[in-house]
Design a protein around this ligand. Structure first.
Ligand code: ZN
Ligand code: ZN
Ligand code: ZN
Length: 259
């Protein structure tokens, strides 16, 4: 069995958004409070994967109910809300002297500029040590005993990746458009995590309606929505808009998946 934990389910500004008093931001329902988007996957063979490492990573790991190692980081793309916390991976580098970071070439370039001190000739003692492993659309690779397939999606002008992990799970965030080839590659999965920003259309993220459309094209048994903005109505209202096999994820939600 595999376990997916949603570490954060909010869009780039988090929910509540600072300085906002809208109904979602003032909601007292804990399911309406969302840290930046990230997930943790505990695979059946004991491999532990972190998907994205945003600015809330430190706090998210404090809330983990189990003390746990991380074998690798899978990065979807280089936006701050998905990589802003990578310096906090330092404690995990002490185990693997070079901590593996799986990402596309443009993401690697960006990360080298984001924390240049970690890649300098003569680094200051204590900086994190990362080793980049290149991912390319549809090129499967394995970590431990787990097969992972990067699947491309379009995030406005950026071609970013989601990940299929094992046979049963796929994780997509920040998609505005999901190409047919990606839909094909995800046929037969059990559980899909996918982004749905708000009700209204947005330039670089799918609206709820667009996300539900992609879910029905892929056809998983069940889907969980993430990367949600404060423009989404509070969940107790918005949940009525969802078909029976789709739910809003929330921070700390754990899903067991047969693999
Ligand atoms: Zn994002
Ligand atoms: Zn708000
Ligand atoms: Zn983004």
């Amino acid at each position: 069995m595999m376990r997916l934990r949603f570490l954060g389910t909010g869009t780039s500004s988090g929910v509540p958004q600072l300085r906002c008093g809208c109904p979602t931001c003032i909601s007292t329902d804990a399911h309406d409070r969302r840290l930046r988007c990230s997930a943790f996957v505990e695979c059946a063979d004991g491999t532990n994967l972190l998907i994205d490492c945003g600015p809330d990573f430190y706090v998210q790991m404090l809330h983990m109910p189990r003390a746990i190692d991380i074998d690798a980081l899978l990065v979807t793309h280089q936006h701050y809300d998905h990589v802003g916390g990578i310096d906090d991976l330092r404690p995990y580098c002490w185990k693997n002297e070079h901590f593996p970071v799986y990402c596309q070439a443009d993401v690697e370039r960006d990360l080298r500029q984001r924390i240049p001190y970690a890649f300098s000739e003569n680094p200051y003692p204590g900086v994190p040590h990362f080793e980049f492993r290149r991912v390319e659309p549809f090129k499967a690779f394995t970590i431990g005993g787990v097969e992972i397939v990067p699947v491309p999606v379009n995030h406005y002008r950026l071609e970013i990746v989601g990940y299929r992990i094992g046979r049963s799970l796929a994780y997509i965030t920040d998609a505005k458009f999901v190409p047919d080839a990606t839909v094909e590659a995800l046929k037969g999965i059990d559980t899909l995590a996918i982004n749905a920003l708000r009700l209204k259309e947005h330039v670089s993220h799918m609206s709820l309606e667009q996300s539900l459309e992609v879910i029905s094209r892929i056809g998983p048994r069940r889907a969980f929505l993430t990367h949600i903005s404060h423009d989404m109505p509070p969940v107790h209202e918005a949940a009525r808009l969802l078909p029976a096999n789709v739910s809003f994820a929330y921070d700390g939600l754990e899903i067991d998946i047969d693999d």
